[in-house]
Design a protein around this ligand. Structure first.
Ligand SMILES: NC(=O)c1ccc[n+]([C@@H]2O[C@H](COP(=O)([O-])OP(=O)(O)OC[C@H]3O[C@@H](n4cnc5c(N)ncnc54)[C@H](O)[C@@H]3O)[C@@H](O)[C@H]2O)c1
Length: 315
């Protein structure tokens, strides 16, 4: 039985990762400070004898005991990470540094949940891992993008300097049950607005594209990456390469629900990327991973979760 630390355990992806690792008979130590995570996401785990929860802010050092560390702690939606940008930077930078020091001491393998945002508003599409990105270092998204870029630098410097076994994944837009309905991400916004009979808010003309990966596909990729050969450090893109415009996403949600919503257009936020699409050939080659769940299937499962959540039938 491996001892595995998951940071950001009460978040959307962290809680799904804990489920997956527990189902594989591991001992999990989940760490979170509930900055954007929710108690409901881990309520079902609190009586599991193989799960321990620690309420801790990773900006501060914590002594660990683990064979593997997955670092997912960081607010992920723009309204959340922009609320306190300095804190976001500290979480990515100090948080990664603290965990890397522990991985080095413990000789533990350490995983970083990086992001497609390291590519900024990209000049090339789809993005391959060798594209170095186009990030505005002084814009309102920089606290997240540059924090994650700096975390990647720390991971690779710990790898080169101390031989720490690192695994870095660049996650593209992922959605599914347990997303926070209020955290301002496009999928949860559209579903919540449509279910509540409110107008759907589209920023810009809706022609900007995104690729949407269902959480189960993504979690499988994170697991395969952590368990891949030591020689493979990444960074590796994980996401769904099927591109949709934001308008198409809103139409698909309305089709599934069988009702039409009014659409309201608002101005695009500063530095919003026009296009975002992963090239996942490296993940296919190294991890034999490709996403399997279509946007329609994934949205149906997500809508069903939000429907129950909004009518008080799930936590
Ligand atoms: N969901 C996506 O589409 C996506 C895309 C790219 C990258 N990622 C990355 O994956 C990770 C998980 O994202 P998510 O979608 O589950 O977001 P989330 O906001 O649901 O989860 C993040 C979790 O980290 C916790 N956290 C934040 N700061 C902390 C701190 N200082 N100390 C302890 N805990 C802290 C939050 O409370 C929350 O539970 C993040 O690192 C995010 O940057 C997610």
């Amino acid at each position: 039985m491996k001892k595995i630390v998951v940071t950001g355990a009460a978040g959307f992806l962290g809680s799904h990762l804990c489920d997956k690792l527990l189902s594989n008979n591991n001992n999990i130590i989940g760490i979170d400070n509930f900055y954007t995570g929710r108690k409901e996401n881990i309520a079902h785990l609190l009586n599991n004898k193989n799960f321990t929860f620690i309420n801790h802010d990773l900006i501060d050092f914590i002594k660990l005991d683990a064979d593997e560390i997955y670092n997912l702690a960081c607010p992920a939606s723009p309204p959340q990470y922009q609320k306190d940008p300095i804190r976001t930077l500290k979480t990515s930078i100090y948080g990664s540094l603290n965990l890397l020091e522990e991985a080095r001491r413990l000789k533990a393998k350490i995983f970083q949940a990086s992001t497609s945002e390291v590519y900024g508003d990209p000049d090339v599409t789809p993005q391959t891992e060798d594209y170095r990105g186009s990030v505005n270092p002084i814009g309102i998204r920089a606290c997240y993008d540059e924090g994650k870029r700096c975390a990647e630098t720390l991971f690779f410097d710990f790898h080169r300097t101390y031989g720490v076994n690192v695994k870095v994944v660049r996650i593209f837009n992922t959605y599914g049950p347990r997303m926070d309905p209020n955290d301002g991400r496009v999928v949860s916004n559209f579903i919540t607005q449509a279910l509540l009979g409110q107008p759907i808010t589209i920023y810009g003309d809706g022609q900007q594209t995104r690729s949407f990966c269902y959480c189960d596909d993504l979690i499988e990729g994170l697991f395969l990456m952590m368990n891949s050969s030591d020689r493979f450090t990444g960074p590796v893109n994980l996401g769904n390469p099927n591109e949709f415009t934001i308008s198409e996403l809103s139409e698909l949600i309305q089709d599934i629900l069988g009702k039409k919503s009014k659409i309201i257009h608002k101005p695009l936020p500063m530095d919003d990327p026009r296009q975002r699409c992963p090239d996942v050939s490296l993940a296919k080659k190294e991890l034999d991973w490709t996403p399997k769940i279509s946007l329609k299937e994934g949205l149906k499962m997500t809508i069903s979760y939000f429907d129950k959540l909004l009518s008080g039938k799930v936590n």
